[in-house]
Design a protein around this ligand. Structure first.
Ligand code: GLU
Length: 286
């Protein structure tokens, strides 16, 4: 008897995996709101059952993840990627603030389903979590006060104090490329920029895409020099959720194919970068 039940269970799982048709006794096929159907017990089915996709995003990074104090909406490219993925799943998006340092712990503790938080894909992080395709290509640059002419490139950061964020690649890159700089670390980029304005450091260094927004927010600051690193941004996912990685990549590919990726660039990033939308850094579907 026990063996029979086990056998039926396996059959139900197999049916769910193939068709999720009426033969499957699992709730996997329910799909809140008409999204695609997934095998029982898969990560995708669990997200559909709870009816929401919880995304860890930044709340203080203009153009990517920014909680607008006037309406409490989370705005930006990363936030809209979350909305797009949730919509394709047929669930509601939900936003949780992630700063650079807690992105990986929040995934590992299942506090969020995915992290879309200006996060660089690199080998070190790949040991701990999985990533989607690269969805945006950034590079590290420098923000200084406009009247500071002494800082023009990363070399000039030696002997100065640089403000940046703990747990970021920016922190690591400065210690490697300007080893004689002193680092002043904060949990968030808005705090780092405030410290620059207050004169506690001579620069903020991180992804150019984050600095564009800070330059517009903090009067009397500007970007200096060319980017001196490559920062391929990806969506972070806990290891073992391959079906979720595949689904997210599918949504990205579709967005490259139907112009949605470029539309989001134009809406959120172009007003700050001043540049036309590049080609997406991954292949389009079809
Ligand atoms: N993209 C870099 C990183 O993932 C810097 C930006 C950030 O801290 O979010 O660490």
């Amino acid at each position: 008897m026990r063996r029979l039940i086990a056998g039926l269970g396996a059959l139900a799982l197999a049916l769910g995996a193939c068709t999720a048709g009426p033969g499957a006794s699992s709730p996997a096929a329910s799909g809140a709101g008409g999204g695609a159907s997934f095998a029982a017990e898969s990560t995708m089915a669990k997200i559909q059952q709870k009816g929401k996709l919880v995304c860890g995003v930044k709340f203080d990074v203009i153009a990517f993840g920014f909680k607008n104090p006037t309406n409490n909406e989370v705005e930006g490219f990363d936030a809209d990627l979350c909305r797009e993925i949730a919509q394709k799943m047929g669930v509601q998006p939900e936003f949780v603030e992630t700063v650079s340092k807690n992105r990986i712990p929040f995934l590992q503790e299942d506090k969020v389903d995915i992290v879309i938080s200006t996060m660089t894909i690199n080998e070190e992080r790949k040991k701990e979590i999985d990533f989607s395709h690269e969805y945006y290509h950034a590079g590290q640059s420098i923000l200084t006060k406009s009247d500071n002419t002494a800082i023009q490139s990363v070399d000039d950061l030696n002997g100065t104090t640089v403000c940046t964020v703990e747990g970021s690649t920016s922190e690591k890159n400065i210690s490697e490329q300007a080893p004689d700089a002193e680092l002043l670390l904060f949990p968030s980029y808005s705090e780092a920029a405030q410290a620059l304005v207050d004169g506690r450091c001579e620069s903020v260094s991180t992804d150019d895409s984050i600095l564009f927004g800070l330059a517009s927010q903090f009067e009397g600051t500007e970007l200096r020099g060319e980017p001196f690193t490559d920062e391929p941004l990806g969506i972070g996912i806990k290891k073992g959720k391959d079906d979720l990685v595949q689904f997210v990549n599918g949504v990205l590919e579709e967005m490259a194919g139907n112009g949605r990726w470029k539309a989001l660039y134009e809406k959120h990033i172009k007003p700050y970068s001043g540049k036309e939308a590049p080609e997406p850094p991954f292949k389009a579907a079809g």
